[in-house]
Design a protein around this ligand. Sequence first.
Ligand code: SAH
Length: 213
Amino acid sequence: MRLRHVGSSHDMMREHPLVIKELAEYEKDITRIFGNDKPVHVEFGSGYGGYFSSMAKKHKENNYLAFEWNSKVIVRGMKLLDDEIEELDNFRFVHSDAGKAIDLFEQHSLDRIYLNFSDPWPKKKHAKRRLTYHTFLRKYEKLLKEGGELHFKTDNDDLFQFSLEELQYNGWNMKLVTRDLHSSEFSKDNIMTEYEKKFSERGKNINKLIATK
Ligand code: SAH
């Protein structure tokens, strides 16, 4: 299906079937959009949504919500996925700040949270903007079900080290830690994100962890 894309990014998002509109209408539970009880997986900072839409097609048993706060990035993602709309009944973009997700779900309702190639915010004075800073981790803890998992991949070795320490200091348990995902045994089921393709083509090692609270 080819859709027309004209107007401002907000107008385009409002008309697109893959973007959730009027978040407030879901009374603090946007998972209602799917109309079923399948496990819900969320990605914060999805970019164009290539990773989560691929996951959604591969795993019809789950629902996938891709959070992205940049409307232009979502519009680009919408265009890339125009031909796949019919197959993506279990995928939606959410135009929202990850920090506000806490208002959009019931407590302890998510099965997984994914962070892929999150902005590193290397300066110490910006540390609180990192999506693995402890204020975000507290929110994830409230969002995840018991036993729910946080999956994190990054090319940035410093952000990875910071995140590992921040998680452990805040009582999260590591189920998996690798500094070189692509040459590890975990690479066989790995789907690459857009950033992951870019960085690994340049020969960069990719870090991955899975943590539970
Ligand atoms: N996950 C994608 C994109 C990584 S780039 C990939 O791996 O290819 C990081 C993305 O996160 C950018 O698109 C940026 O706009 C978005 N982002 C950063 N902070 C965010 C926040 N607090 N809430 C929602 N999106 C955020």
